[in-house]
Design a protein around this ligand. Structure first.
Ligand code: ADP
Ligand code: MG
Length: 381
């Protein structure tokens, strides 16, 4: 099939690998802009299937389904653990962004950290642990540390905190002896993320940094703008843009950073080659949402305005607030508030820790937004 000339315009059909909440919000953005959407997801109840023109309900490596996806004018992904080889194969037939190579970097903490360092960016001190022998004296200086599997970790899973080399060896074995990194525990003063939208060297933009608060390893709140000095905020955006440039990245890229020490130094932690949970506020509080940007960039259009309209706080709604009998939370806690915007993903089954929805509260300043979001979230169960 010949590739479509850029930019790809409505009513072209766009494809996405994955139909969870990120795929769902992408689909709404694309449909609103007049594009068609084909979603590939093995779950018959995939959230994105509510809005897509076509749901290919098949495995991500299903040849027939991938052959259908190839017919789309452009293809993107909602998650990083997609087969990078399948993405490269798709790219022989249609426009794919981000590239399979960029997705592969994000899939593996070892390559990810190496690429960050090669780009001249600071990360935590770390060692690659490919066998138990790699837990040697050189690791002692990094204790206390965290041992993380190189691949497939998310929401704090696949990580064990260690204080001694013996604990580190036990952690490596406990994680199945798969390739790992041993990271020095950083003196965290905060965690932030910046979402970058990049088409090419001339067309790149970054959103304001989000200040992220986790509970049990899962993102609970993102406060925007991050409550940091202006020079640190600016440095965060520059760092994220620089990394996107170094990766020659096309699409929406989330860059997570640690803020460490009294001098609030930034260390790059990890990247996600897609819109990110910490960017959901862009739907209600920014000129263009991260999902509109994903549509634009995959179509070869430059990023739209990333400006923040109002300080805000995004709060995740987890399955924990559903009753044991499946009873819904008290939605009026959010819906009664004029400054709050509720988003529910339409997932059939609520489970502890499962992301079921989020809401974003706008306020006069970041402190007030955070306070309001915490009060509302507390009233949900
Ligand atoms: P993932 O989000 O893929 O589960 P992360 O590397 O972001 O993995 O780690 C999850 C959380 O664990 C971070 O958001 C941070 O709170 C904490 N954490 C991870 N690595 C370190 C570190 N080296 N020092 C201090 N805290 C860390
Ligand atoms: Mg993370």
């Amino acid at each position: 099939m010949t590739q479509q000339a850029l930019p790809i315009l409505p009513p072209a059909m766009l494809g996405i690998l994955g139909g969870g909440q990120l795929g769902s919000m992408f689909t709404v953005a694309a449909k609103t802009m007049g594009y068609g959407v084909t979603v590939l997801d093995p779950d018959p109840h995939a959230p994105a299937a509510r809005f897509a023109d076509r749901h290919l309900c098949a495995a991500f490596d299903d040849d027939k389904a991938l052959a259908e996806l190839e017919k789309c004018a452009a293809v993107t992904t909602e998650f990083e653990n997609v087969n990078a080889a399948a993405m490269r194969e798709l790219a022989r037939h249609t426009r794919v962004s981000p590239s399979g190579d960029c997705v592969a970097v994000a899939q593996n903490r070892i390559t990810e950290k190496a690429r960050m360092r090669a780009a001249g960016l600071q990360t935590v001190e770390y060692r690659e642990i490919l066998s138990a022998d790699d837990v040697d004296e050189s690791c002692a200086a990094l204790l206390p540390a965290i041992v993380k599997t190189a691949t497939l970790g998310y929401d704090g899973k696949g990580q064990i905190r260690v204080k001694t080399l013996d604990e580190a060896r036990a952690a490596f074995a406990g994680l199945g002896g798969v390739p790992c990194v041993l990271e020095q525990m950083a003196d965290l003063r905060g965690e932030i993320s910046v979402i970058v939208c990049r088409l090419d060297a001339q067309h790149a933009a970054a959103y304001d940094a989000a200040e992220n608060h986790h509970e049990n390893g899962i993102l609970a709140y993102s406060v925007v703008p991050a409550r940091l000095p202006e020079n640190v905020q600016q440095q965060a955006r520059q760092t994220a843009l620089h990394l996107a440039e170094a990766l020659d990245y096309v699409g929406v890229l989330a860059v997570e950073m640690f803020v460490v020490g009294d001098d609030k130094r930034l260390l790059v932690n990890e990247i996600a080659p897609r819109p990110h949970n910490s960017g959901h506020h862009t739907i209600d509080a920014c000129a263009a949402s991260q999902f509109q940007q994903q549509v634009r960039l995959m179509c070869g259009l430059p990023p739209a305005d990333t400006r923040l309209h109002s300080p805000c706080c995004m709060a995740n709604i987890l399955g924990d607030v559903w009753g044991a009998d499946g009873a819904q939370p008290c939605w009026t806690a959010v819906l009664d508030e004029a400054a709050a915007h509720l988003h529910l993903y339409g997932k059939k089954q609520a489970r502890a820790g499962r992301k079921m929805g989020h809401f974003t509260v706008l306020a006069d300043d970041a402190d007030a937004a955070f306070e309001a979001a915490r009060a509302m979230r507390g009233k949900l169960p």
